[in-house]
Ligand binder design. Sequence first.
Ligand code: PMP
Length: 430
Amino acid sequence: RTRERDLLDRRDAAFATVQEHYYADPPRIERGWRHHLLSTDGRSYLDIVNNVTPLGHAHPRVEQAVSRQLRRLNTNSRFHYASVVEFTERLAALLPDPLDTVFLVNSGSEAVDLGLRLAIGASGRHDVVALSEAYHGWTYASDAVSTSLQDNPNALATRPSWVHTVDSPNSYRGRHRGPDAVRYAPEAVAVIDELAAAGRPAGAFIGETFYGNAGGVALPDGYLAEVYAAVRRHGGLAVADEVQVGYGRLGHWFWGFEQQRVVPDIVCVAKAMGNGHPLGAVITSKAVADRYRDQGYFFSSTGGSPVSSVVGLTVLDTLRDEDLQGNAVRVGGRLKSRLEALADRHGIIGAVHGSGLYLGLELVRDRAGLEPATEETAELCDRMLDLGVIVQPTGDHLNILKIKPPLCIDATAVDFFADMIDLALTQLGH
Ligand code: PMP
């Protein structure tokens, strides 16, 4: 381990403290294959956390497509080439009317930043309403609407004045619990109405369409319909962050907004679409894009480059050919039932949230009071690493295991994961 320690020390010397690793002593990952990661000390890990590689690590189709394209051309996206046109058309075809206009960028943060700029430019309004417990990225605007306390306990106190936060509607935690959809959204709607009454109507409501960062918690039925209607009533736009949950991970729905039966005005996408290669997109309507044209400009040197476009096309082809969305339904459903069954044996399991291969295992100290089992969750993650599984926590209290493996994961691997959770919780006395 001496050589490893040395490398970690060199990393820490060159990086800021804010870039710390989740593990105190992280394995050094050398290779990946499907849903497995191999470390330099010869261990193999099951990758439960990596939602940027839906096809799995080192997929040969991606590798071949990238090398072929790199041998021919990779350059500034200002030139005219066919792959970007094909990819843009394929992407737009995945979205309902009137979302037909595509901007290609390099990451989720850039997609959200541009999505907010489009909304603000097109609406002519400057205020933005965001949900609590949100992570939307690191750029200036995407960071401003990131209200999650998990990485920054001062997140709410340090928001700029144009950001207005409403409590995320988490029915497990008793917020916005109610028998009908209309009663789920009152806080967000009230904030949106009050802003308009005060003469500063919101230009955008932004939120994940299925609450990934809060632990894979579905929004209550009808929630986004209510909130989108309110923001539109006052001339603002609905911005959907599909960076984590979109692209088939939820199983039954390709996009999170389908589960809510709404169509956003602006959709932000990244992560899965590049299978690890930096690629993001914003999709909106011609009308919104044209209104923005009067206000702003857009150009990205490498967004939708020849290599990125080929990667984007290859990922879409492979998702379809390997039926990975169908796999998310089947294997994700199997894993959810396995984890739910474990709740009978381990009192610390409060809930199993989520859908498809976006699941959240919430640990609580008592099922009545729902006190978050934060330290226990950290201990569980460390024990899981010893058992050969990489899984990490999310949510404002870091008490929910985020379960979002490559979509190619199979029944054997999810059974192993559930067995290891069972073993680790038993060993830890929960
Ligand atoms: N939105 C959501 C919901 C995310 O989870 C993330 C990344 N964790 C981002 C935006 C930012 O994406 P990126 O890291 O690619 O900039």
